[in-house]
Write a protein that binds this ligand. Structure first.
Ligand SMILES: Nc1nc2c(c(=O)[nH]1)N[C@H]1C(S)=C(S)[C@@H](COP(=O)(O)OP(=O)(O)OC[C@H]3O[C@@H](n4cnc5c(N)ncnc54)[C@H](O)[C@@H]3O)O[C@H]1N2
Ligand code: MOO
Ligand SMILES: [Mg+2]
Length: 411
């Protein structure tokens, strides 16, 4: 039996073989959540022209400088500029134009009197309060200057970035695209969730669970479904799926069982290596590339918790690398353990944990009940993984431990 590799060594070998996906031009909304692969410059100033910051009246500030409630100034309204109006107006001293928020300032006007400071007149208006020079005028270019890089390459596009791209007139943009991940659950005991169960059968929970995990990590996921423990079917399924995959994930069939067909089929195909990793759960791991395009493939262990933990430790960083994200890992914090813990030396232990803030404001983590690799409900209760590194053998209650924070929050 091959001697186990460390988690760090296995992860490094995996990441060496994971490419950053080539940039593609995609529709603006498809780019949401992706990493920008170009510097985006603004073709024009933003705002593109001076405009009103208030619904009110565009005035010459000097005309209203003495306006007060007891001695208002009355001026003729010579035009009306709703937002979107394409008519250009001009204001001469002694005149005003009614204007709405966002509408272009008429030539000659240099301040806006909000409607609340007036009688809201349409033929003439009574102004009861002075507007200072430039007041409530939003200047051309005060947000963005023409030619300015508004978003540099490498920006991960969140909602405000998508809005800004639209504001500078971009309908398409170059990004590192989402990797297409194919997920195959292997096991002759598996049936689709919801189907009637015969003796010895269980629903496929890895397929849906890892589909959700890969989506959350930013991938586009094709869940192929269930493949029985039959080498021919498995081989043809993998070969068929390669055309649409940037990454393949299988679960099950990689341990020491008589029907562990993933190992059997992939050992003779591509460069897949089956190496135990010194971790618990998640010991049996396989990784390599298959097919003409050297598509990376992970063969994850079948036990549901082992599959999810392996995803967190190896697959999620790989998906993030393809997307161009940094950092690749989940955030790690230190927290006080509420319980005594133990771990085998030389093995990195990942315990499901519930991370909270203690009464004294210090982060505190409690092991979620049950740590067996088949106990999925315990994983669903957890919002963190307690990481006991190789050199750790025992943790006393109250000691600090390393905690990998999962995005899910305990309710
Ligand atoms: N003799 C040995 N037996 C096992 C060893 C070992 O070293 N020697 N390792 C154990 C460890 S650790 C793990 S982890 C598992 C990994 O096994 P496989 O990857 O070969 O997975 P299977 O045997 O196919 O399934 C294991 C377990 O998980 C259930 N399973 C599988 N796929 C799914 C799915 N899609 N949804 C829900 N549940 C699934 C399956 O029914 C089994 O109960 O091997 C240990 N054994
Ligand atoms: O290493 Mo296995 O992944 O415990 O259950
Ligand atoms: Mg097995």
């Amino acid at each position: 039996m091959t001697s186990p590799r460390s988690v760090d060594d296995h992860l490094a070998r995996v990441l060496e073989r994971i490419p950053l996906l080539h940039p593609l031009e995609v529709q603006l909304l498809e780019a949401h959540g992706c990493v920008l692969a170009e510097d985006v410059t603004a073709p024009t100033d933003l705002p593109p022209w001076d405009n009103s910051g208030m619904d009110g009246y565009a005035v010459v500030a000097a005309d209203v400088e003495h306006a007060v409630a007891e001695s208002p100034v009355v001026l003729p309204v010579v035009g009306d500029v709703p937002a979107g109006s394409q008519v250009s107006h001009r204001v001469q001293p002694g005149q005003v134009v009614r204007i709405m928020t966002g509408a272009p300032m008429p030539e000659g006007a240099d301040a806006v009197v909000p409607v609340e400071w007036t009688d809201a007149g349409t033929e003439s208006v009574t102004v009861r309060q002075a507007a200072a020079l430039g007041q409530h005028v939003r200047r051309r270019g005060d947000d963005v200057r023409a030619g300015e890089v508004v978003l540099p390459q490498g920006t991960r596009l969140g909602p405000a970035h998508v809005g800004l791209l639209a504001a500078v007139g971009r309908a398409r943009v170059r990004v590192h695209p989402r990797p297409r991940v194919v997920i195959i659950s292997t096991g002759s005991e598996l049936v689709e969730p919801g189907a009637a169960l015969g003796h010895g059968q269980i629903p496929d929970s890895n397929g849906p669970g890892l589909t959700a995990a890969a989506r959350e990590a930013g991938a586009v996921v094709y869940r192929v479904g269930i493949v029985p423990d039959d080498p021919t079917t498995l081989l043809s399924t993998i070969e068929d799926q390669l055309v649409r995959a940037d990454l393949v994930l299988t679960t099950g069939g990689v341990s020491a069982g008589a029907y562990d067909v993933v190992k059997e089929v992939l050992s003779g195909l591509g460069t897949v290596e089956f190496t135990p990793v010194a971790m618990q759960p998640g010991k049996p791991q396989g990784f390599g590339t298959v097919g003409p395009d050297a598509t990376p493939i992970f063969t994850l262990p079948g036990n549901p918790v082992s599959a999810h933990v392996s995803f967190e430790v190896f697959v999620r960083p790989a998906i993030r690398r393809m997307l161009g994200f940094a950092p690749l890992q989940r955030p790690v914090v230190r927290a006080r353990s509420t319980a005594e813990l133990s771990s085998r030396p030389g093995v990195r232990q990942f315990l499901r944990g519930v991370l909270t803030t203690g009464a004294d404001g210090v982060a505190e983590v409690a092991p979620a009940s049950g740590q067996g690799s088949h106990l999925l409900a315990g994983l669903a209760r957890a919002n963190a993984l307690i990481v006991l590194r190789e050199e750790v053998e025992a943790v006393a209650a109250g000691d600090e431990v390393e905690v990998m924070v999962l995005e899910r929050r305990a309710s």
